[in-house]
Design a binder for this molecule. Structure first.
Ligand code: GDD
Ligand code: MN
Length: 376
């Protein structure tokens, strides 16, 4: 078995300080990790390497599986993260835990071709390259059987947008397989967002064209064990990053998301108002009830999307909902107050209304992130 083979061998290479750290973000990859370590052992013969498994406390026991291997092989290290989820964040923490001059980031599910690693390392060392990207799109690379039709289509749109909006010229900016000089990753780390899957795009766009990049082709393999974690939230998050970077990071992804949820709340409000009015409730009562419906919908959407990394559950969600009502009620005052000030001249009604709404949104955002979805 490949796992057993990997465990036998603290060879001389393991006594040297690692030249290359391979970061393996994992969530529910217990069946894949032992095979992967065996494959790395083969592919990286002659190179002083280490693997850093960054596992988000997977329920399938990936951490324990990786620890068992690490116990018999000093080249394998494990970071177990509790209370956090996110591929990008796991990659960042893994890179920051390395002391090697070069770090690679690679999926832990065997979809990435480990035999490319020595070529990536050689390319990184040969010329003055800072980042080598394993691309599924560059000539010679393919998505093989690894991506479904619909995923391949979505991935093309995502790439096109990244190129148009951010001037990122990567052929595969969504790739999760790359190697970078650690000092560069270290320098950029404070600017990266830990959410979602977009670590590479984030690295490259945060560097503002200062990274010297090379691309190498590879074939994306099909997944054999376990399942993909890329879902709609991850996709939403990716588009959020594109927008935020496009606007030069003036507004955060979170604020954009909060604003979108707020806009959906307006729709919910109007529909609810109509329904209440039709059921013969007075306007004031209908308007109040509709506000509560909209605030409740906003709360749950924000809890699912905007603050999914701080998601409130059970009793915490109930308290959160109540503080959110309180925050939004003050938000209405801020909104009306500002609008009134400007409305002193009635020809400014549109500007007054919009300024009031923005003021209310800014207040709701600031106060709810401090009160409702506090960072612990
Ligand atoms: N620690 C941690 N935390 N690891 C995670 C998490 C997480 O929340 N989510 C996913 N991973 C790990 C998986 O265990 C796997 O090793 C790797 O990240 C990739 O996740 P998959 O769920 O297998 O992604 P995919 O195969 O659908 O997506 C591939 O294509 C994307 C672009 O199309 C990956 O290569 C992505 O990196 C890439 O962005
Ligand atoms: Mn995968």
């Amino acid at each position: 078995m490949a796992g057993a083979a990997a465990a036998v061998q603290p060879l001389e290479s393991s006594l040297l300080p690692a030249e290359l750290s391979v970061i393996l973000p994992s969530f529910n990859e217990a069946d894949n990790i032992p095979i992967l370590i065996g494959l790395l052992d083969k592919a990286l013969a002659g190179i002083a390497w280490e693997a850093i498994v960054v596992d988000d406390n997977s329920p399938d026991g990936t951490t324990e599986v990786a620890r068992k291997i690490a116990h018999g092989d000093p080249r394998v290290r494990v970071i177990r993260r509790i209370g956090r989820r996110g591929l990008s964040g796991a990659c960042i923490e893994g890179m920051l835990a390395s002391s090697a001059p070069f770090v690679a980031v690679m999926d832990a599910d065997l979809q990435h071709d480990e035999t490319l690693l020595p070529k990536m390392l050689a390319a990184l060392k040969a010329d003055d390259t800072d980042l080598v990207v394993a691309s599924r799109k560059v000539e010679g690379g393919t998505v093989g059987e690894g991506l479904s039709k619909i995923r391949a289509w979505g991935s093309n749109i995502a790439n096109g947008l990244a190129q148009k909006l951010l001037n990122v010229t990567l052929t595969d900016p969504m790739s999760g397989f790359f190697m970078v000089r650690r000092e560069k990753a270290e320098e950029l780390a404070p600017r990266l967002s830990p959410q979602g899957f977009k670590i590479l795009l984030d690295l490259v766009s945060s560097a503002n064209g200062t990274l010297k990049i090379k691309e190498l082709p590879f074939t994306f393999r099909e997944r054999q064990h376990g399942e993909s974690k890329l879902d709609t939230l991850v996709t939403l998050d990716y588009f959020g990053l594109l927008l935020a970077k496009y606007f030069g990071d003036i507004v955060s992804v979170r604020f954009l998301m909060f604003g979108l949820v707020g806009a959906s709340g307006l729709l919910v409000h109007l529909v609810a108002l109509r329904v209440f009015l039709l059921s013969d409730m007075s306007f004031n009562l209908s308007q109040t009830a509709a506000s509560f419906v909209a605030m409740t919908s906003n709360f749950f959407l924000n809890n699912q999307l905007t603050y999914r990394d701080r998601r409130l559950r059970g009793f915490g969600a109930l308290i959160g909902l109540l503080t959110f009502y309180a925050v939004c009620s003050v938000g209405v005052l801020a909104n009306v107050g500002v609008a009134n000030l400007i409305y002193a001249d009635p020809s400014f009604w549109l500007f007054a209304g919009a300024a009031g709404a923005v003021m209310g949104a800014v207040w709701n955002y600031a106060a709810s992130s401090a009160l409702t979805w506090r960072k612990n």
